[in-house]
Design a protein. Structure first.
Ligand code: KIV
Length: 286
């Protein structure tokens, strides 16, 4: 995309590696500084993921965040930067009960600044995708390892390792495309399976832990920047060590405060010579 041009849903929908298009670049973000950096780096799409629960809010899974949480962080990212397509995750239980609930919840995210929403699951989500598309809300699908199904899957495990499950994934992707999803995230599946899905649909696939044959890639902000250093999934490439840099900086600050080295004269405000003089006169009247 040329600098300063806006990434739109039709633009994303039209991108396929098989047409010779460059891969789409997506990253998560959760706050205004994140939105600003993503915009300046020229990424195509920013996802306010429900990974918010784990990487920002400290929960063990993604099930704890609410629509209000995602809306709050979506608005912050939108204030921080523009130019990219801003996608907000529909959290667990915000699209499982009824089509009406789904549209109402998605509308909150759009009003917070998102251009599109993402939901997890295959063919069983088709009625919800239909309802969103009918309400003019663009939808991104998400199949494979779907973290909101952590308990049903028995943990965060690579999916579709067997041929039957791989064929089901292809069928799910086709149903989502048919229902109107403009793009589909494929998470945590063997690279060969992601390639099959990518070849089977006309909309772009965005991979995470799904190999190089997808039409784009998405990673979590804290993983890319090395802010999260406790877990290192095989598919993550760290491009910085901000946890290390932050630890060094905060430790140096603590040492300087404790030794009296911070603040120094240049980091303090000072009275003018006349005001110092005036104060010393007041002092001498006692
Ligand atoms: O919540 C999230 O960050 C996601 C990505 C991992 C695709 O859904």
């Amino acid at each position: 995309m040329a600098p300063n041009s806006k990434v739109t849903v039709p633009f994303v929908r039209s991108r396929k590696a098989s047409h010779g298009d460059d891969p789409l670049v997506m990253i998560t973000a959760y706050d205004a500084p994140g939105g600003r950096v993503a915009a300046e780096a020229g990424v195509d799409m920013v996802l306010v993921g429900d990974s918010l629960a784990m990487v920002v809010l400290g929960y063990d899974d993604t099930l704890q965040v609410t629509v209000d949480d995602i809306a709050h962080h979506t608005a912050a990212v939108a204030r921080g930067g523009s130019g990219f397509l801003l996608v907000a995750d529909l959290p667990w239980m915000s699209y499982h009960l009824s089509a009406q609930d789904t549209v109402t919840n998605a509308a909150k995210l759009i009003r917070a600044g998102a251009h599109a929403v993402k939901l997890e699951g295959g063919r069983k989500r088709v009625p919800m995708v239909d309802a969103l598309v009918a309400a003019e809300i663009p939808v991104m699908g998400h199949i494979g390892l779907t973290p909101q199904s952590v308990h049903a899957m028995g943990g965060f495990k690579v999916q579709a390792r067997e041929s039957q499950a791989a064929l089901q994934l292809v069928a799910d992707a086709k149903e989502l495309e048919h229902a109107g999803c403009f793009s589909i995230v494929i998470e945590g599946v063997p690279d060969e399976v992601a390639a099959m899905v990518t070849e089977s649909v006309g909309v772009p696939t965005i991979g995470i832990g799904a190999g190089k044959h997808c039409d784009g890639q998405v990673l979590v902000w804290h993983d890319v920047l090395g802010i999260e250093d406790r877990v290192a999934p095989k598919f993550v490439r760290r491009y910085a060590n901000l946890k290390g840099a932050a630890l060094e900086a905060v430790s140096a600050y603590a040492a300087d405060v404790r030794s009296g080295a911070f603040p120094d004269d240049s980091e303090s405000y000072h009275l003018s010579a006349e005001q110092v003089e005036a104060l010393s006169l007041y002092g001498s009247q006692d």
